[in-house]
Design a protein around this ligand. Structure first.
Ligand code: DC
Length: 219
């Protein structure tokens, strides 16, 4: 597919479990663009904070971790200082902690440059909660991916089951609803639909159909 301009920047936001990680990665591979999973940055800070016994409300200590982060996305993996940490940052504990620390506007400001540094001239697909609104407000294409809490919990349940985890659909649903509430109601860069965003509900779409639909938005 030929992009209308180079570098082309696609920003995708949406709630936890809307499929934006998988979709954004596939689109970046298809179009040969860089990829940024911005949630992984919050998760890496959460990982460091937990390892150093830093509580989620100690914003200055959390900020001090930012300078130590050297992250890369390679294949399907997240690398931190060359160590593969893909699974380590996907636990329920890290999900909750990362959403708690994401309320701090000072911390969010500190990671703005880190996030923007992934836009290196050959284009980018960036996904998260504030890619369309704050981090890349001039993106060429903005997409808001949505799905019902029930569908999102179901997807997560299947993923975790496949990995051999013992999970409960009701507690997954309530974890997702709690995270939605924190992400949408916080004062600092809450998850919301940008004015120019194309909104796509993926409840009844396969991953392939969602990717194809987004590609039709590129004009
Ligand atoms: O996308 P994710 O589930 O990996 O993100 C983990 C948490 O990080 C999410 O609950 C809120 C926060 N986050 C954010 O506030 N802004 C982003 N752009 C990405 C993630």
């Amino acid at each position: 597919m030929k992009l209308p301009k180079v570098p082309y920047l696609i920003a995708i936001d949406g709630p936890a479990g809307s499929g934006k990680g998988t979709i954004a990665k596939l689109i970046s591979d298809k179009l040969n663009l860089n990829y940024l999973d911005s949630g992984a940055i919050y998760r890496v800070i959460a990982l460091g904070a937990i390892a150093n016994n830093i509580p989620s409300d100690q914003v200055l200590k959390l900020i001090s971790l930012v300078g130590t982060i050297n992250m890369k996305f390679e294949g399907g993996d997240v690398l931190l200082n060359k160590e593969i940490i893909t699974d380590k940052i996907r636990t329920s504990e890290i999900s909750k902690f990362s959403s708690e620390i994401a309320v701090h506007s000072r911390l969010r400001d500190e990671i703005l440059n880190l996030q923007r540094s992934f836009n290196q001239g050959n284009g980018l697909v960036a996904e998260g909660r504030d890619m369309t609104t704050v981090v890349f407000p001039n993106a060429d294409l903005k997409v808001y991916l949505d799905a019902s809490p029930h569908e999102r919990a179901n997807r997560r349940y299947k993923q975790l089951k496949l990995k051999g985890n013992n999970v409960n659909i009701l507690s997954l649903t309530s974890e997702i609803e709690a995270r939605d509430k924190r992400d949408k109601e916080r004062k600092a860069s809450p998850l919301k639909i940008a004015d120019e965003a194309k909104v796509l509900n993926t409840d009844d779409l396969t991953i392939g159909q969602t990717v194809d639909k987004i590609l039709t938005f590129i004009i």
